[in-house]
Ligand binder design. Structure first.
Ligand SMILES: [Zn+2]
Length: 465
């Protein structure tokens, strides 16, 4: 080692060195702050390299292959006995059920609890009001002059349920559902009969060969149903699948199943003509209250390339995020959790769930490995329960089917649809407002009431084995 390196530097030399280093840093700083693009570049690169994973294709995140979807139910009776010491199984009781579930020592119950709380956040807030004497009689009248309901106004249970993966929030206030129903001037049945007759006179679907369009590859037709191309399309492959009879409500099991089979035949035909379009989605609105433009019963299907449309893709994304966090199939676990809570009804390979985050009244989610007869039959039992048992004739249905290509395993959805009932048909006011469009959804019907309706329908309508 040379002397010069170990010998202390004279003081003047040290000052010159410090000045020189400072000058270099000053020059770098001036260059940096004087160039906005340099700032952007610097901040982007430091942001990018620190903690955020760089997307591999543009800004579109990719999908993994999830564990295969399986219909795995567990016994609600077992769950009540093993996991819950106290708590009532109702929408108002869910917060107490959760508190009891959280304290469980049973390892199986703990696994279920961790999965449930990974998906759902449940919050109960108690609301009260102060009512001036002058207003009391009017408020009591709204509640059918029932004193117990009036007293409930001062400690209202408001339940917020959030699905942390689909980002949907539903706010329940069960007291709202206890208000007596006021009868409309014209009964819904009279209204239905009137508009069915009026609309039949000028219905294009009743004269479909002359007044509906076809796709380039032609029409699909069977004994009881047919396909048409939507005139003003929302995708390249956008079809209307229609029962041949005009009556919006009084269609049989055979007519309905025929329409669903025609739907599948059309999807297969469309896929053959455009093999890049592999993601099928279905919607069905019935009667004007739901937004349907034609009374004649018809669903609509889309077959899209790249991804599913809108909310269907959001549910697929939820499945991916859940897989990334828990290495499990979101849809399999959803069925397991709902069955534990007593909110699932199984029919063969399909399952109906009374949703904890419904988009609107009475939401039922039907899930099955494939869009097959089991799946369509269970949908039929739900629709007939709404129309024939609850007398809720107007509904909206929407969901997606597995991709048309069996090799498309990444982010593979099962078949699912969500069905809700729409408000009173004769009421001008719509059942959806800014609340549903831009913030949360308000539903007041207890999912435990909904699941009972579906159980009764399957018992009543499904053929005995
Ligand atoms: Zn018609």
């Amino acid at each position: 080692m040379s002397d010069s390196l170990i010998r202390p530097r004279p003081r003047r030399q040290c000052c010159a060195l410090l000045f020189g280093v400072g000058l270099v840093f000053l020059v770098i700083y001036v260059i940096t702050v004087s160039s906005p693009s340099t700032i952007l570049f610097r901040s982007f690169s430091s942001f990018n390299s620190s903690s955020v994973r760089t997307p591999s294709v543009g800004l579109h995140r990719e999908y993994d292959v999830w564990p295969p979807f399986a219909v795995q139910l567990i016994s609600h009776t077992w769950f009540k006995k093993a996991c819950i010491v106290k708590g009532e199984f109702s929408i108002s009781g869910i917060p107490d059920v959760l508190a009891s579930w959280a304290a469980t020592e049973n390892p199986d119950c703990k696994i279920l609890y961790n999965k449930f709380t990974a998906i759902y956040t449940v919050e109960k807030r108690v609301g009260s009001v102060k009512i001036p004497d002058t207003f009391q009689s009017q408020v009591k009248a709204w509640l059918g002059n029932k004193d117990d309901l009036y007293q409930e106004l001062f400690h209202q249970n408001i339940i917020h349920i959030l699905n942390m993966y689909t980002r949907e929030t539903t706010v329940f206030n069960p007291l709202r559902d206890k208000r007596p129903v006021t009868k409309p001037k014209e009964s819904e049945e009279d209204y239905l009969e009137r508009i069915t007759k009026e609309s039949a006179l000028s219905c294009d679907f009743c004269k479909y060969t002359n007044f509906t369009a076809e796709h380039d590859f032609g029409r699909v037709e069977s004994k009881l149903s047919f396909s048409a191309s939507n005139i003003f399309k929302l995708d390249r492959l956008h079809a209307v699948i229609t029962i041949k009879d005009h009556d919006p409500v009084n269609w049989s099991y055979e007519q309905y199943m025929d329409m669903m089979h025609t739907t599948l035949v059309w999807l297969r035909k469309a896929f053959t003509h455009e093999p890049s379009a592999i993601y099928p989605a279905i919607i069905w609105d019935l009667l004007p209250k739901s937004g349907s433009s034609q009374l004649h019963p018809h669903n609509q299907v889309f077959l899209s390339p790249n991804r599913y449309q809108g909310m269907v893709e959001t549910w697929r994304r939820a499945g991916q995020d859940y897989f990334s966090d828990l290495h499990s199939n979101y849809f399999t676990d959803l069925i397991t959790l709902y069955s534990a809570l007593g909110l699932a009804v199984q029919f063969k390979s399909a399952v109906a769930l009374a949703s904890l985050t419904p988009r609107k009244d009475n939401e039922v989610v039907i899930i099955a490995p494939e869009a097959d007869d089991d799946f369509f039959q269970l949908i039929y039992y739900v629709l007939r329960a709404f129309m024939d048992d609850l007398k809720k004739y107007s509904f909206s249905l929407g969901g997606g089917f597995p991709p048309m290509e069996s090799s498309a395993q990444a982010g593979r959805l099962p078949a699912f649809v969500r069905i809700i009932t729409r408000g009173v048909m004769t009421e001008i006011r719509t059942d959806i407002s800014a609340l549903e469009l831009f913030t949360a959804t308000n539903v007041n019907i207890d999912p435990y009431k909904v699941v009972q309706v579906i159980k009764d329908s399957v018992k009543k309508r499904a053929p005995r084995p």
